[in-house]
Design a protein around this ligand. Structure first.
Ligand code: AMP
Ligand code: GLY
Length: 432
C-alpha cells in the first residue's frame, strides 16, 4: 500500500521509519518531512496544515492510507475531509479531536462517564472574578489550564494563590490567543507521571506502549517547559497490572463514551497519567503520538505498524493484537541552544554517521537540512537520539554514547534522561 505521513518532526520520522519496514507498505511519503526523513520516505512539499492541498494530493496520488502526526491538522478536520474524499486515514475526526483540542470538553466527558481525573471547574472570560474566588477558596497548589491548543505552554502548576490568579489573568488577557478564552482550574495531583498510547478504531483499543517524557528544558526538571527533551519506554510506574487498570478504567470507558455520544474515536489516544496512591488518574488526553515518546515506543513494537494502522482505519482491531519486544528504549532530544525560545538556524552537526554506527542506536530527525553533504540544524528540536537495549541502563548508555559522538557546539541536551526511571528499576517490571 501507499502511505502518506503528515508532519515534519522526529515523531513523523519514526512513523516513516517503522512504516518503511512494513512488508505491506510499498511507498512511504511524508508531507512536508525534513532532510533526515528523506532517507526513509519521499518528501512531498505540502505543509501539515494545508488541508485542501493534502486532501487533493492524497486523492490524486491514490494514497491508500494517510497517517497524521501532529494535532493541529486533526483539530482542523483533515481526517473528516479525507473521509469525504474517499481516502482512508488514521486519526480522529475534528469532533473526536476535541479530546485534545478542548480541555474543558475532555474534563466534562470524564465527569459524565466516571473516568478518574482531577476535580475541576471551567470558567469563561466573563467569569474572572468567580475564577479568582474559586482559587482563593481552594488554595494552592492548584493547576490552571488554557482550554485550547497552546503548544504545551497553556498549563501553570501554581504553588501559590497569587501565581494561579496571575495565570488566569494571563489567559483571559490573551496570552494564549483563542486557546485561553476559557480556563480549566483543577486539583493538583500527587504521584508519578507516565503516558500510555493506545491505537483505537472507534470501538476497540490495542496498547502500543508506554513512556515517560521529560518536559523541562534542563537537568533536574528545571527551566521552561518544552515539547519534550527526552523519553524512555516502558514507563516504570506502568506495571502490567497498572496498564490493565488504565485500559479498563480510562481508555476503554473513553472509547465507549465517545461512541455513545456519536463521535467515535479512531486513531492514537495518548493518555497522560498521574499514578498515585489510589491508582491512575487522567492528566490530559492527546489525540496523536507524543513527540519524543513515539521515537521510543515504535522501536519496541513487534507487530507490523502498517498492519495495525490499516486495522485501526478499517475498524478491525477487535480481531488483532499488538505485541511489544521486552526491550527498553531511551531517547535524548538534541536542541539548538535557546530552545524553547527563538533559535538561530544553520549551524552544522558533525558525527551523525558515527553516532548511528553504535549498535542499537537510531537517529530520528526533527529539523535538519542537507547542504553540500553537511547536516545543518533547522529549528529548535533538531534530533532525537534513541538507544535500545535489553535493560534501561543499556539503552541509556547507548543513547548517550551516540550523543557524545555528535559534534555540535550550538546544540544542547539534557544529561539526565531516564534517571528517575532507573531509580525505580528495583521496583516491579513495567508492562507496556
Ligand atoms: P498537560 O499539558 O495537561 O499535560 O500539563 C502539563 C504538565 O503539567 C503535566 O505533564 C504535569 O506535569 C502538570 N500537570 C497538569 N495537570 C496537573 C495536575 N492536575 N496535577 C499535577 N500536575 C499537573
Ligand atoms: N511530549 C509531549 C507531547 O507530545 O505532547
Amino acid at each position: 500500500m501507499r502511505v502518506l505521513v503528515v508532519g515534519s518532526g522526529a515523531r513523523e520520522h519514526a512513523l516513516c521509519w517503522s512504516l518503511a519496514a512494513s512488508p505491506l507498505v510499498k511507498t512511504v511519503r511524508c508531507a512536508p518531512g525534513n532532510a533526515g526523513i528523506a532517507r526513509d520516505a519521499e518528501l512531498v512539499p505540502i505543509a501539515a496544515e494545508a488541508i485542501d492541498e493534502l486532501v487533493g494530493y492524497a486523492r490524486a496520488e491514490r494514497m491508500d492510507l494517510v497517517v497524521v502526526g501532529p494535532e493541529r491538522p486533526l483539530v482542523l478536520g483533515l481526517v473528516d475531509r479525507l473521509a469525504e474524499a474517499g481516502v482512508r486515514a488514521v486519526g480522529p475526526s475534528a469532533a473526536a479531536a476535541r479530546l485534545e483540542g478542548s480541555k474543558a470538553f475532555a474534563k466534562a466527558l470524564c465527569a459524565r462517564h466516571g473516568i478518574p481525573t482531577a476535580a475541576f471547574r471551567v470558567f469563561e472570560a466573563s467569569e474572572q472574578a468567580a475564577a479568582r474566588a474559586f482559587i482563593e477558596e481552594h488554595g494552592a497548589p492548584v493547576v490552571v489550564k488554557a482550554d485550547g491548543l497552546a503548544a504545551g505552554k497553556g498549563v501553570t502548576v501554581a504553588g501559590t494563590v497569587e501565581e494561579a490568579v496571575a495565570a488566569v489573568e494571563a489567559a483571559f488577557g490573551g496570552a494564549f490567543g483563542e486557546a485561553g478564552a476559557r480556563v480549566v482550574i483543577e486539583e493538583f495531583l500527587e504521584g508519578e507521571e507516565a503516558s500510555l498510547f493506545a491505537l483505537c478504531d472507534g470501538r476497540d483499543a490495542l496498547l502500543l506502549g508506554t513512556a515517560q517524557d521529560h518536559k523541562r528544558a534542563f537537568d533536574g526538571d528545571r527551566g521552561p517547559n518544552t515539547g519534550g527533551m527526552g523519553a524512555c519506554s516502558p514507563a516504570p510506574p506502568l506495571t502490567p497490572a497498572m496498564v490493565e487498570r488504565v485500559m479498563a478504567e480510562i481508555v476503554r470507558p473513553t472509547l465507549a463514551a465517545m461512541a455513545a455520544e456519536g463521535t467515535p474515536f479512531r486513531g492514537i489516544l495518548y493518555a497522560g497519567l498521574m499514578i498515585g496512591a489510589d491508582g491512575p488518574k487522567l492528566v490530559e488526553f492527546n489525540v496523536r503520538m507524543g513527540d519524543p515518546e513515539c521515537q521510543v515506543v515504535l522501536p519496541r513494537l513487534m507487530t507490523d505498524l502498517g498492519q495495525l494502522l490499516l486495522g485501526a482505519a478499517d475498524g478491525m482491531l477487535g480481531r488483532m493484537s499488538a505485541r511489544l519486544y521486552p526491550t527498553h528504549a531511551l531517547g535524548v532530544v538534541l536542541a539548538t541552544r535557546g530552545y524553547p525560545g527563538p533559535v538561530e538556524r544553520g549551524s552544522e552537526l558533525r558525527g551523525l554517521e558515527a553516532a548511528e554506527a553504535i549498535e542499537g542506536v537510531l537517529l530520528f530527525h526533527a529539523a535538519t537540512r542537507r547542504e553540500g553533504g553537511r547536516w545543518l540544524a533547522d529549528g529548535g528540536r533538531v534530533l532525537t537520539v534513541v538507544g535500545t537495549g535489553t535493560s534501561l541502563a543499556e539503552a541509556r548508555q547507548r543513547a548517550y554514547a551516540a550523543v557524545d559522538r555528535i559534534d555540535w557546539p550550538e546544540g544542547y541536551c539534557r544529561r539526565d534522561i531516564g534517571e528517575r526511571a532507573l531509580a525505580a528499576a528495583s521496583e516491579p517490571k513495567a508492562g507496556g
